[in-house]
Design a protein around this ligand. Structure first.
Ligand code: 6R9
Length: 661
């Protein structure tokens, strides 16, 4: 376990606090300990029950799980279901049409409210519009949008007609967008003129134009939402305004039921090689597990709760816990387009106060940023409506967990009032690949521990194993695995089933290899310790070292590069790149600036290295493997570890020398 940071592990072992739910919370919570018992007694029966309870099926399924073609699972076999109908129409039919589905808060302060009835109409219009543009069941639709209601509407419209959406995060570059469009062979792109970032217009459409400028592609139409009103270049043969095509479409659209295993979406995520993987999710199982966990983990009471997940739809959290689960559960949610510090650092808390948010789901990196800004900011708002706080995306350190609980979860008003019972914190471990929560406490049941996701959710079998695939004992660390198939598991990698097998199912026999290190404490609770592969986690966003290395070496100045994730107080990890130059840069050229911009262009601004160090050599083993461990020592300012297996043992000294200059 050389990649696991031992000091983190020691710290965690010393963390001994435990917080049981209040009697009042436990008494009113939707989930109780019987869920674990039901699931343990009959795992498949449990999931069959949850499937029938969370969704309205057009045709009931005949078999809960078919694992005969492992590692490709079929869940709820024979069942047919429509995702959009479950997220929308059925609530309207049940008389909940007037309930607010989305409170939208725009970056510049504009707002919109959609009731379930209104959102249903919009999705029907979009479905008609996309069909009129020739999109049919099974076609792929690339979505490159800011966090605006049209993003959710587009995804649900695709689901309604059985088209497969592929959302590309708006912070990714034209190049990254093009490679995803090509890989999925998208027929339609839905985008916007742009959005705002910290009060300034930030464009999206030009990246689509650039992505489609050269070479043959599969895109037939680009639908453009008018959002920030900036001028756009118009290509008559491809571009259509959203308002023209969706605005004029009929709001009558009958949903057709799709097979439970019909693909719902593809979402690209970084792996250990340069090429992102198109993770494929299907309909029935994905909806069942996201909806069930959304209800249990957050103790959702849809009649009264106001839920806010701060994730962008460009990531899986925005898919599972913004677009799908909350709407399938008939919840009221907040969607926010902007950034937490614009126009001021209290913006989030202002939103919580304004809408009376009761459940907040965010990432440790955001919590740590707020910690840095100081508690005076949240203390100035009334956050008493909050009753469950969630965390996702990366390990949450006990300090951030405690701050979340003490400062946010105990706020009882803007005049310093404190709650008697702080709100429970739920740390949720899962991945793009798992589709839904896998390890998380139940807020009304679990006595929570600061920094631990703790227990598998009911019906999920997680384990920590050693190199040989044997379960480790309590108090020991190893690799996180999942022992049994689960409803919302990925069904493969788009166009590359062999890579699916290789990546997840070849490390240990009959177990899913998650790529994370973990430890079981003395109670058997699970603590996540970060990735054990070449995937970095920057502010909760996955990026691969190889992907950034390829971007760097694609620049004419760079001969070779090695990238490591160095621990960073705010972002969890930060990207540090070591580069060997091919030639001396010309007079007045700022290599670091040039290369940072180049990476932003190749992948996106989120992939810009924090630090670029120009070095004469890279440390390699005799078989030519870069020893990232040693570079990580340098990047984190530590004494360099054991370098005896290097092919050339003077390399580290050369690097140290060059950095002194
Ligand atoms: C949902 C999401 C997945 C990777 C995962 C792990 C890290 C996510 C975590 C966590 C510790 C948590 N991760 N949640 N680590 N505690 N609660 O983030 O998906 O973008 O695919 O990232 O994120 O390393 O393997 P994704």
């Amino acid at each position: 376990m050389s990649d696991i940071n031992i000091s983190t592990l020691d710290n965690l072992i010393r963390e001994g606090r435990k917080f049981a739910p209040s009697t009042e919370f436990a008494a009113n919570s939707v989930a109780d300990a019987s869920l674990y018992e039901r699931a343990a007694a009959d795992r498949l029966g449990y999931w069959a029950d949850r499937a029938r309870e969370t969704l309205t099926w057009d045709t009931d399924f005949t078999e809960t799980l078919d694992w005969s073609e492992a590692p490709v699972a079929k869940w709820f076999v024979g069942g047919t279901v429509n995702a959009a109908y479950n997220a929308l129409d059925r609530h309207v039919e049940a008389g909940l049409g007037e309930r607010v589905a989305i409170h939208f808060e725009g970056a510049m302060g504009d707002t919109r409210t959609y009731t379930y009835a209104e959102l249903t109409d919009e999705v029907k219009r979009a479905a008609n519009a996309f069909e009129a543009l020739g999109v049919a069941k099974g076609d792929r639709v690339a979505v490159y949008l800011p966090m605006i209601p049209e993003a959710v509407i587009t995804m649900l419209a695709c689901a309604r007609i059985g088209a497969i959406h592929s959302v590309v995060f708006g912070g990714f570059s034209a190049e990254a967008l093009r490679s995803r469009i090509d890989d999925a062979e998208a027929k339609l792109v839905v985008t916007a003129d742009g959005t705002w970032r910290r009060g300034k217009p930030s464009s999206l459409k030009p990246a689509v134009d650039e992505a489609l400028a050269e070479g043959a592609h599969t895109v037939e139409n680009v639908v453009v939402v008018k959002r920030n009103g900036e001028d756009v270049v118009w290509n008559d043969s491809l571009d259509r305004w959203w308002d023209d095509v969706v605005g004029s479409a009929s709001a009558d659209h009958a949903p057709v039921a799709h097979d439970s295993e019909h693909p719902l979406f593809v979402l690209y995520t970084s792996g250990t090689t340069g090429k992102p993987k198109g993770i494929v999710h299907t309909t029935g199982g994905f909806l069942v597990q996201t909806a069930a966990t959304h209800k249990d983990t957050f103790d959702l009471h849809p009649e009264t709760d106001v839920y806010w997940c701060t994730a962008d739809i460009g990531w899986v959290t925005g898919h599972s816990y913004v677009t799908y689960a909350p709407l399938v559960n008939g919840a009221t949610q907040v969607i926010f387009e902007g950034t937490p510090d614009s126009p001021h650092q209290g913006r989030w808390w202002e939103i919580v106060e304004k809408y009376g948010v009761t459940i907040l789901y965010t990432a440790p990196t955001a919590i740590r940023t707020m910690m840095k800004w100081g508690r005076d900011i949240p203390d100035g708002y009334d956050l008493s409506s909050l009753r469950v706080l969630g965390s996702v995306g990366e390990p949450i350190n006990p300090e951030a967990w405690m701050w979340y609980r003490e400062v946010i979860g105990t706020n009882g008003g803007k005049n310093g009032e404190r709650k008697e019972h702080p709100t429970p914190i739920v740390d949720t471990w899962w991945q793009t690949e798992t589709g839904a929560h896998m390890i998380a406490p139940l807020p009304g049941v679990t006595a929570t521990k600061p920094g631990s996701a703790q227990v598998p959710v009911p019906g999920i079998t997680v384990d920590v194993v050693d190199e040989m695939g044997e379960s480790v004992g309590n108090g020991e660390g190893g690799y996180l695995v999942i022992r049994e198939p689960w409803p919302s598991m990925l069904r493969g990698i788009w166009g590359d089933m062999e890579r699916y097998r290789q990546t997840y199912w070849s490390r240990f026999e009959n177990m899913y290899f998650a790529g994370d290190g973990a430890k079981k404490d003395e109670d058997g609770d699970i603590w996540l310790l970060g990735r054990v592969d070449d995937v970095m986690n920057i502010s909760g966003h996955r990026l691969s070292t190889t992907e950034i290395e390829s971007a760097l070496v694609s620049h004419p100045l760079v001969a070779e590069s090695a990238v490591v994730g160095a621990s960073d107080e705010t972002t969890g990890e930060a990207i540090v790149a070591f580069v060997i130059l091919r030639t001396e840069p010309g007079e007045g050229i700022d290599v670091v600036q040039v290369l940072r911009n180049h990476v932003a262009k190749e992948i996106g601004p989120i992939a810009k290295p924090r630090t670029i160090l120009v070095v004469p050599e890279l440390p390699k083993t005799r078989s030519g493997k870069i020893m990232r461990r040693l570079l990580k020592d340098v990047a984190e300012g530590r004494e360099v570890g054991d370098a005896t297996t290097l092919a050339d043992n003077t390399v580290m000294a050369q690097i140290a020398e060059s950095l002194r200059k």
